[in-house]
Design a protein around this ligand. Structure first.
Ligand SMILES: [Fe+2]
Length: 282
């Protein structure tokens, strides 16, 4: 997402947003009394979910929120551009946080031996499945943030375990499993005030539908649906990625494997939605 301040006067700001396909912007209920926030769509197609209600809007549309009273999630269904109007100034810290998020996601991916595009790819594919499952605005925002930072806890795992080329010993695997708990705690920390919305995804993304996952062995509906989505996407991405110790599977082999584990390791609802959208993954 690229943001540019087009103009400001007396606290009012006009901020241009350029979003790539499945880029996302989330709003929480406003804490500023009598605030006005609105979007004017310039280019592309936006999928806007307010609470549990979703609408699709195109160029020329004005979406006014005076003030924002429910969670709102804006997703670009194709490369899109809109102008965000706000009656209170926020651009300086907002831009700083957008840039910091990007740097943090890149650092996590590199620590794990992936390229910088890995986390963003997992986020985008997860959001595609979340849209297919008609998640609420809150769950879509949680999914996007949680998918981007699902492995943030790995920054606390020693490199010799994280990058060990062969199999981990049971003791090493126990340490590795802790990245889920570390991730939840880091995302709930006041150091990262906007990440708590995704902390349950970091905590539960290795839980499995049949209860065989970790850290708690949660089953079926006990697993938070956005975490169950990241479980499928993360597995698919791991299967199809080039890793130092693994030949990547073809897309077809990976899809077959995910399909064969429907209702076993993976939530059937998520696998069905995954199978509907996987052809549009790049
Ligand atoms: Fe993980």
């Amino acid at each position: 997402m690229t943001i540019t301040l087009l103009g400001s006067y007396d606290g009012v700001e006009l901020i241009r947003h350029e979003l790539k396909r499945y880029g996302l912007m989330g709003f929480n209920p406003s804490t500023v009394p009598n605030a006005f926030e609105g979007l004017i769509i310039v280019k592309g197609v936006l999928r806007i979910t307010t609470g549990n209600h979703t609408e699709i809007v195109g160029p020329g549309s004005l979406v006014a929120m005076r003030p924002v009273e429910d969670d709102v999630c804006v997703i670009a269904l194709e490369e899109s551009e809109f102008i965000y109007i706000t009656s209170f100034s926020l651009f300086t810290w907002y831009k700083e946080w957008v840039e910091r998020f990007h740097e943090m996601a890149t650092d996590i991916a590199k620590k794990d031996g992936y390229t910088a595009s890995h986390c963003e790819r997992i986020r985008r594919y997860s959001v595609m499945i979340g849209c297919e499952l008609d998640l609420s605005a809150h769950d879509l925002i949680s999914l996007s943030c949680g998918a981007l930072f699902h492995d943030i806890g790995k920054v606390r795992i020693p490199d010799e375990i994280l990058r060990k080329p062969g199999r981990l010993t049971p003791e090493e695997f126990d340490i590795m499993k802790m990245h889920t708990i570390y991730g939840r705690d880091m995302m709930n920390s006041p150091i990262h005030p906007f990440l708590h919305v995704g902390s349950a995804v970091a905590e539960q993304h290795h839980e499995r539908y049949d209860g065989s996952g970790y850290p708690y062995g949660l089953k079926g509906d006990e697993i938070y649906l956005p975490a169950a989505i990241v479980a499928v996407v993360d597995s698919y991405d791991a299967m199809t990625s080039e890793r130092p110790y693994q030949r990547p599977k073809s897309k077809e082999e990976a899809i077959d494997e995910i399909r064969s584990l429907r209702g076993k390791l993976y939530d059937p609802r998520v696998v069905d939605a995954f199978l509907k959208v996987v052809d549009t993954f790049e």
